[in-house]
Design a protein around this ligand. Sequence first.
Ligand code: ATP
Length: 210
Amino acid sequence: MRALFGGTFDPIHHGHLQLGQALAQLVGLQRITLLPNRQPHYRTPPLATIEQRLTMIQLAIQEEPLFTIDDRELRRPTPSYTLDSLQAIRDELGVQQPLAFILGQDAFLTLPHWHQWQQLLHYSHLLVGSRPGYSSDHWPPPLQSYWAARQVMEPQRLHQAPQGYLYFASLPPSPISATLIRQRLQRNESCCQLLPASVQAYIQQQGLYR
Ligand code: ATP
């Protein structure tokens, strides 16, 4: 199965890559397409430019054949909705191939603020990865009923339908975040355990996040 993984990637880090790799193993994903967004309407603008974010992703995945990039949202002149991209990718893929969209638990909790969020499952499954500090027992009410009606417990079920299911993966939580990395870089602290060396070298060369 193919999966999409949206994010700001400001910068991309091991938390993203490890989540993708763990889900690939658990669910059976052959390919994960990173879908960097221009600027989500619900958060502050990225510090790195579009070109810098794209270069960091290219560097991070150059030796990771599982991952590819789809830069369609960055090439648009205005911010776009995830739903629009999902719809377009589903059109390209055809109606039968299973497709999944990957989210961390924090992003999943923001879902009710996304444009027509309930329609996301018309085009793909949702794969949610646990994140430290977020409980999986208490989703807010609109998510609770949505979740209850569509959750599958066995990842194999996701291969039996092209879209429409939610799967929550309890993975060893990773405390890495782009916020933590930006803060550490501003304090001139090392991030070598947190992101690929090639990305860290590029950040230094560009003088980013100082
Ligand atoms: P920031 O700290 O700037 O908010 P971030 O580290 O959350 O950034 P994003 O690019 O915003 O990174 O995240 C893209 C997606 O990856 C989101 O769905 C997010 O939940 C998920 N994600 C990022 N880091 C992790 C992690 N360590 N564990 C699980 N999911 C993660």
